[in-house]
Write a protein that binds this ligand. Structure first.
Ligand code: SAM
Length: 245
């Protein structure tokens, strides 16, 4: 079994002790059935990844002892995903996959045709943590409270290019547009809900100097598919998939 990896929101220091919360303790002791001495990897989003081991897994809960730092803290590139929530578990999937794909900031955006009435930010944050544990990130994406598109645009920092995934079909391809974006420069992607963006929203977005509409090909993708496909292309041509040979 691979060494379990856990996010623990606490300061790290050599030989430091970490008292896990009840849910994490139950997971380690009952689901993974780890006992004293079992090795783990832990990260807190600030101090990189450390080797740790179970010190005690009794009725009073589970405590870990920190051994030593294994990997330095790294930050994701400045990539933001602005997405309309979608029904059922589509929003969960968007948050999980965006975390795996290295997004630094997640911003749920309410547009006219968004039909999920409430966004549970705490739930999305828990999904992001679980995805970061699995994917090996040492940082956590920031998950913001949902806000209306109008507010998002009012508060926009003009230094950040916003790639507007526009299914209308007349936009330049994402590949073409990515040739015009400096690698690693602050970047954002915006995707819509099941019903897409309404004409007025499209008009407002296309009139903004920091917005570039992009096409994701000739077919209409589900919102979740659009997010995954677009983020993969962005990481491959702008982001941290460009490294290596
Ligand atoms: N209302 C659209 C329709 O049925 O014609 C469907 C919207 S689609 C399910 C959800 C979102 O995914 C869109 O708002 C857009 O952001 C993105 N998307 C899907 N297909 C796309 C494409 N071919 N090009 C650009 N964006 C796309």
């Amino acid at each position: 079994m691979a060494v379990p990896r856990l996010f623990v929101d606490a300061p790290f220091a050599p030989q430091g002790r970490l008292a896990l919360d009840a849910a994490q303790g139950r997971y380690l002791a009952t689901v993974l059935r780890l006992g004293a001495g079992a090795p783990l990897k832990v990260f807190n989003g600030v101090d990189g990844e450390w080797a740790a081991r179970v010190e005690d897994a009794g009725r009073r809960g589970v405590t870990l002892v920190l051994d030593a730092p294994m990997r330095p803290q790294t930050a994701a590139l400045d990539l933001m995903l602005c997405f309309s929530p979608v029904k059922r578990h589509g929003t969960d999937l968007i948050v999980e996959k965006a975390t795996e794909l290295g997004v630094r900031t997640l911003r749920p955006v309410i547009v006219r045709r968004t039909n999920s009435d409430s966004v549970r930010t705490d739930r999305l944050r828990a999904i992001a943590i679980e995805a970061a544990e699995q994917t090996g990130r040492c940082d956590l994406p920031a998950v913001h409270e949902a806000l209306p598109l109008v507010r998002l645009l009012e508060e926009w920092g003009p230094e950040r290019r916003l790639l507007f995934a526009d299914e209308a079909g007349d936009a330049a391809s994402l590949m073409t547009v990515l040739q015009t974006v400096a690698p690693g420069a602050p970047l954002a992607l915006l995707t819509g809900p099941e019903g897409g963006f309404d004409p007025e929203e499209r008009r407002v977005l296309r009139a903004l100097p920091f917005v570039t509409p992009v096409s994701l090909g000739p077919r209409i993708l589900r919102a979740e598919t659009a997010v995954i496909a677009a983020l993969a292309l962005i990481q491959a041509h702008w982001g941290d998939w460009r490294g290596g040979a």
